[in-house]
Write a protein that binds this ligand. Structure first.
Ligand SMILES: Cc1cc2nc3c(=O)[nH]c(=O)nc-3n(C[C@H](O)[C@H](O)[C@H](O)COP(=O)(O)O)c2cc1C
Length: 187
């Protein structure tokens, strides 16, 4: 990787790391797109919970009963889109997705959840199903833990686009064998 491209690569992971702790950071709310069983693209916003540069992993939380989890289990291919309006930077990150539901890592992330967030995993009816009752009843904390699912996104390709009045800049970073390589692309 050339020096300037290595610098941008570090900057990308630096911004992703900041976004996981800064709720106002624009990289905090990317769009995750997956492929459904009948081959339709599906997309939704998720909160970025962790960014680990050393393993190229991005972490999200969701309800294991939600349609996206079934999609991911059938097809691991996914893409994330981020946009920083201040810096005019778009990231499109392709990756392979895993779901964690009963490992030490899952337990560690579950321990970080605050009470107010726990309710997201406690609805009696699964997310995405037709609401049959006005009353919202809640499952126990133990069941909520089973519903709490960690999405582990392993980045393998990053398309970086920096818009600028003078000249746009686009760089493709690809994980090949055991390292990231980069090349400049015509925007
Ligand atoms: C700002 C914002 C943040 C969201 N964060 C999450 C999240 O972290 N996890 C999640 O499962 N859904 C989150 N959602 C809801 C999803 O966008 C989506 O509606 C829901 O997960 C159902 O998706 P699915 O039917 O594709 O499974 C968020 C929505 C918004 C608008």
């Amino acid at each position: 990787m050339q020096n300037n491209e290595a610098y941008i690569f570090d900057e990308i992971w630096g911004e992703l790391s900041r976004a996981k702790v800064d709720s106002k950071h624009s990289f905090r709310y990317p769009v995750l797109s997956t492929v459904s069983a009948d081959n339709w693209p599906e997309a939704r916003i998720l909160v970025l919970r962790d960014a680990i540069k050393s393993t190229s992993r991005l972490i999200f939380y969701t309800d294991s009963r939600s349609p996206k989890v079934e999609q991911i289990r059938k097809n691991r291919h996914a893409i994330l889109v981020f946009y920083n309006n201040k810096k005019k930077v778009q990231l499109r990150i392709k990756g392979l997705v895993n779901t964690l539901q009963s490992s030490q890592k899952h337990q560690n992330y579950f321990n970080n959840i605050v009470q107010t967030e726990l309710k997201d995993y406690r609805s009696t009816q699964p997310p995405g199903t037709v609401k049959t009752s006005e009353e919202i009843s809640y499952l126990s904390k133990e069941v909520a833990k089973d519903n709490f699912c960690v999405i582990e996104f392993e980045a393998i390709d990053i398309d970086y686009l920096q818009l600028s009045r003078d000249e746009h800049k686009r760089i493709n970073f690809k994980y090949e064998k055991d390292r990231w390589v980069s090349e400049e692309i015509v925007p």
